[in-house]
Design a protein. Structure first.
Length: 107
């Protein structure tokens, strides 16, 4: 397994912004902050972009983690996204990640 994970968030772009799409992107960014810098990257794409078409995006928001669709038409909380990332990285879970990244502090 690679030592970095890419999270793709698909939604709409201005002028037609979707509140749930913005929330999905914020939650993905919060999840990424639970990991060391550079280990998780988050990219926002329009559902009708070329990459959206390549990934067969029909419903927004859609979240793809390491090439796997993990949410379609709904928003996942940051800790849910972080758990998925942790599993893909071979970690025990969010608490392990928080402990590693925050020097033992729990949030």
């Amino acid at each position: 397994m690679s030592d970095s994970i890419k999270v793709l968030v698909f939604g709409t772009t201005p002028p037609c912004t979707c509140g749930r799409c913005l929330q999905a992107e914020r939650q993905a960014q919060l999840a990424a902050k639970l990991f060391p810098p550079g280990e998780v990257t988050v990219e926002k794409h329009d559902a009708i972009s070329a990459i959206g078409k390549e990934n067969h995006i029909c419903v927004t928001p859609t979240i793809i983690v390491a090439g796997r669709k993990v949410a379609v038409g709904k928003v996942l909380a940051a800790d849910e996204i972080a758990r998925i990332i942790a599993v893909l990285l071979g970690r025990n879970g969010v608490e392990t990640i928080r402990t590693e990244c925050l020097g033992g502090a729990r949030t």
